[in-house]
Design a protein around this ligand. Structure first.
Ligand SMILES: CC(C)(COP(=O)(O)OP(=O)(O)OC[C@H]1O[C@@H](n2cnc3c(N)ncnc32)[C@H](O)[C@@H]1OP(=O)(O)O)[C@@H](O)C(=O)NCCC(=O)NCCS
Length: 199
């Protein structure tokens, strides 16, 4: 429950060189200007904006253009468009925040329930702990959002508490579950699959 929306365009340096990340079914790549129309179409469904911190609703193409122009400017930030067969189905990313780097993600409603968010977030986490060298990641999700909680749990995040967070599309604050994943736990989970029971 972060980013992935309209951060203030203040100190814009050159955009980070964000690599393409490939998973079994998806390719995550840096957003480009041509993504604005698809992003706007996907964000026409209010259910996405009201579950993120800063995505406005209604969502206009100018919002997408501003978002695309403003991301990947900070040290330790990486924002990706998630694609399936070269078609955009969502966005995910990590960005530096007070208290540590925070991940955020969303998927177009017609793509929900097929494991895409989990697959994309796992690739994002691997990138954050390897290439970006983050030591921990945090995340937040509205308490009324079980699908997002489940994504975080499937990725190894641990619940740390609840706080009120502003939701731009609601123009108010909402209770948010907070989560954290540190490098040691991530390493342990990554090694489990090859070091588990052998017979
Ligand atoms: C949260 C979101 C990204 C999930 O996307 P997705 O591609 O459907 O996620 P996945 O398919 O990888 O995983 C969803 C999990 O939640 C579970 N789930 C879905 N709805 C659920 C519900 N009402 N109650 C309990 N679990 C639920 C699914 O069964 C699945 O778990 P499983 O694999 O163990 O069966 C998507 O719903 C979304 O974009 N929501 C709006 C934006 C948002 O919430 N972003 C996250 C906060 S920043």
């Amino acid at each position: 429950m972060t980013m992935l929306s309209q951060q203030a365009v203040t100190t814009l340096g050159p955009q980070n060189a964000v690599p393409a990340l490939k998973t079994e079914r998806l390719v995550l790549r840096a957003p480009c200007a041509e993504d604005a129309a698809a992003m706007t179409r996907l964000l026409a469904d209010r259910r996405i904006a009201i579950n993120t911190a800063r995505i406005p609703y209604p969502y206009a193409i100018a919002d997408a253009e501003q978002f695309i122009a403003s991301v990947n400017r900070l040290d330790g930030e990486a924002t990706f468009v998630v694609t399936l067969d070269a078609m955009m189905i969502g966005v995910c990313g990590v960005e530096p925040r007070e208290g540590g780097p925070e991940i955020g993600y969303w998927a177009g409603v017609s793509h929900w329930g097929q494991g895409y968010a989990t697959e994309a977030v796992r690739a994002l986490i691997d990138h954050a702990f390897t290439d970006l060298q983050h030591e921990m990641l945090q995340a937040g999700t509205r308490v009324s959002n079980p699908a997002s909680r489940r994504v975080l749990e499937k990725c190894g995040f641990q619940w740390t508490g609840v706080r009120l967070s502003r939701v731009r599309a609601l123009n108010s604050a909402a209770p948010t579950d907070r989560y954290r994943l540190d490098r040691r736990l991530w390493l342990s989970l990554k090694s489990w699959s090859c070091a588990g029971r052998v017979a």
